[in-house]
Each structure stands twice: as C-alpha cells, then as structure tokens.
Write a protein that binds this ligand. Structure first.
Ligand SMILES: *Cc1c(COP(=O)(O)O)cnc(C)c1O
Length: 385
C-alpha cells in the first residue's frame, strides 16, 4: 500500500455488526468476560483498548514496523523505552551509557539528565550530524544511540543508516525520534533503526488539539517487554485521544505536502529579509546535510529556525504576530512561533545550549497550512524594517 493510502485506510477497521467505517471510541475501562478463562482479547483499557489498538496498528503500518504501542504523550513513550535497558551494565559494573543528539527536544533532555541520570544511566550529548563525533563518544558500555533527525531546533540532519551500522557493530540499539518528518517522509526502521519514537501530538495528529506518543519496532524479542512496560506504567492513551490521532492521520499526506510547500516559501522569504541573519531549514539548497536528507527522506517539513540580527527586536516580534501564534508546540495546521531559549529548551544548561546554537537570537517557526502569503504578510509586519 502506498503511504497516502495507508494514511486514509490505516489498519482498515470495519465494524462487523454495523458496518461503520471508522472505529468507534470504545469509552470503557473493563471488558466483560463470558466465563472463566474467556477473554475477547480485551480485559482492561490500561492494557488494551480497541480504539487504541487500531491506532497502534495504523502507526506500525505507516512506519513499516511489526509492533506499535501508543502512549499518553511522546514523553511517556520515551520514558517507557528506556525501561528496556537496565541502568547497571554487567560488563565490569559500568553504568549503561547512551549517546544522544545534543540538539533535541528539551523535554527529552530534562527526562534523561534530571531523572534517568539519577537512576544511574550515563549520557553523552553529541552533535550526531557528524558520525565522527559519535565514534569518539562510543564506550564499551554504550548500549543506545538516541537521535532526532532533523534536530530540534537547529534542523541538523543525522545519517540514520550510518548510525545503525555504527551502533550495531558495538551490539547497541538505535532509537530515532521521527516526530519532525513523520512516516510520510521518513521511515527509520527501513534504514536500520531498531525503534521509532513519535510525539503524535505534533504532525501525526496535526491539529494542535490532542497529545499522544508512540513506539514502533519489528523485534519479536521486545514485543512482550514493551507491552509489559506499557501495562505496568499505565501511561495509556485514552480512547478519545486515540480516535483524534487516527482522525488526524487520515490527512497526514496532504498536510505534509502543504507544510513542505509553505515551509519552502517562508524559508526562502526569510532568507531575503533584512532583519534576518541566518535561516535553518532542511529544504534549503545550502543546507549542510542536504545530500543526507535526499538519501534518507522523501521530503521536508514546515519547521524553520532563524537568527534575527538583533535579539532586542524579539519581544516586539512575539507581541506583534497575529495570524502566527506565539505558542509552544509544532506540527499542527496553525502556524506557531516559539522562542526556544525560554520555552522548549529552557531545561538545557547554558553552555550546552550555546554550543548547539540555541541563543537569544533564535526563533523557531512551525509553518502551518494557511495561505503562505498570509503567513508571510503577518511575519513581515511583525519583523519590521
Ligand atoms: C513534542 C516532542 C516530544 C514530546 O512529546 P509530547 O507529546 O509533548 O510529550 C518528543 N520529541 C519531539 C521531537 C517533540 O517535538
């Protein structure tokens, strides 16, 4: 099935009784058993729910994976996957080591550095767009390479295939957060990744109206352990949010195409604006990793970061935008503008933030699906001359 078709038809649910062509919202906690030892396959909605199951199968299908698991948020999906790896490494009592993209979602940084580091895991934060940087950070106890590509907010691109080769040679696993491109434009499992992570709150659901998170993989050995984490931790996606996410996915292909068209237009326009110093967008012809993007992805998103020449104009830009909303998220139909320094990336220590390029001059745009002329007119008025 082509991916546009898979978005619309997904796991192809038909209600066997009524013929309904969309899955109902099975708003129930328990499921009745007909007798001892007799289950419909559904017992209690923390463990499994029919609406959630159709969504899990749909996301797995789109990501070319065997198994899909849905969680309440992207963060709970990330927190759950870490449970597959014990903090204590048997080899020489060393602490299990992760190599992580340094330029990534601020919440992931906070989860790893403020919680999992306390439990004994160790982390190296690396610019993964350079494979030599990853090689230099490898240790005997490295078990996981966790990457975001394109990265957030600097839009660096990491070579997924090269990462898979490197970490597999050391017996470790590759986790790719694919929130920014979605399975419509990129399939990390096909490029050798072991796990794909999503914040479904962004492009997948796509309407800035719900939260969800996913893990997709194809490894039978991880099927039971991950179901056990999902069941035990209980960060289950609610039936209604599962339904909203499914509803959003039906239009993923047309939205992503439009985000890309608008993203290209706005990025090119920003490059010519006198108040703008540098534009970071994966679709620009001078993007340093354009060749890698073209090899591993089928398109670009609507995510653009840019430096203004003078940071003093930022408060007035954020106050002046009208159509483009000053808010902290991405991937929805509405265009949003974010100030990473104080919003999404405030948990990252200053030194690391600055070395990644996240400074007081940086703004991030999630270009929506409005008419691009209206987006540009709004930004033009806000940026001033
Ligand atoms: C938003 C986001 C997350 C976290 O997802 P939530 O659904 O907000 O918990 C993780 N990774 C990336 C790349 C994100 O953009």
């Amino acid at each position: 099935m082509n991916s546009e078709t898979a978005c619309v038809h997904g796991a192809q649910f038909f209600d066997p009784v009524t013929g309904a062509i969309t899955v109902p919202i099975y708003q129930t906690a328990p499921f009745r058993h007909a007798g001892l030892g007799q289950s419909t396959g559904f017992d209690y909605s923390r463990s499994e729910n029919p609406t959630r199951k159709v969504l899990e199968q749909t996301v797995a299908l789109l990501e070319h994976g065997e198994y899909g698991l849905a969680f309440a948020t992207g963060m709970s999906a990330i927190s759950s996957i870490i449970k597959l790896f014990s903090p204590n490494n048997k080899e020489g009592g060393r602490k299990t080591h992760f190599i992580v993209s340094e330029d990534l979602y601020g919440g992931t940084y906070r989860l790893f550095s403020e919680y999992y580091a306390e439990y004994g895991y160790t982390f190296s934060w690396v610019d993964t767009s350079g494979i030599s940087h990853i090689e230099a950070a490898l240790r005997p106890e490295t078990k996981v390479l966790f990457i975001e590509t394109p990265s957030n907010p600097m839009m660096k691109v990491t070579d997924i295939q090269a990462c898979a080769g490197l970490i597999h040679q050391k017996g470790g696993r590759l986790i790719v957060d694919n929130t920014f491109l979605t399975p419509y434009f990129q399939n990390p499992l096909d490029l050798g990744a072991d796990f794909v992570i999503h914040s479904g709150s962004k492009y997948l659901a796509g309407h800035n109206d719900t939260l969800s998170g996913f893990i997709v993989h194809s490894n039978k050995a991880f099927e039971e352990p991950l179901l056990k984490v999902q069941r035990s931790e209980g960060a289950a996606l609610s039936p209604f949010d599962a339904w909203l996410t499914l509803r959003g996915i039906k239009t993923l292909s047309v939205r992503m195409e439009k985000h890309q068209t608008n993203g290209r237009r706005v990025a090119a326009w920003l490059q010519g604006h006198p108040a703008v110093e540098t534009v970071f967008y994966t679709g620009l012809s001078d993007h340093p990793q354009l060749a890698v993007s073209q090899r591993q992805a089928r398109g670009h998103n609507g995510m653009i970061s840019f430096y203004v020449k003078d940071a003093r104009i930022i408060p007035s830009i954020l106050k002046a935008v009208k159509l483009v909303l000053f808010a902290e998220s991405l991937g929805g139909v509405e265009s949003l503008i974010t100030y990473p320094l104080v919003q999404t990336h405030d948990a990252i220590p200053e030194e690391m933030r600055l070395s990644a390029g996240i400074n007081e001059k940086l703004l991030r745009l999630s270009v929506g699906i409005e008419n691009p002329d209206d987006i540009i007119a709004d930004l033009d008025a806000a940026l001033g001359r």
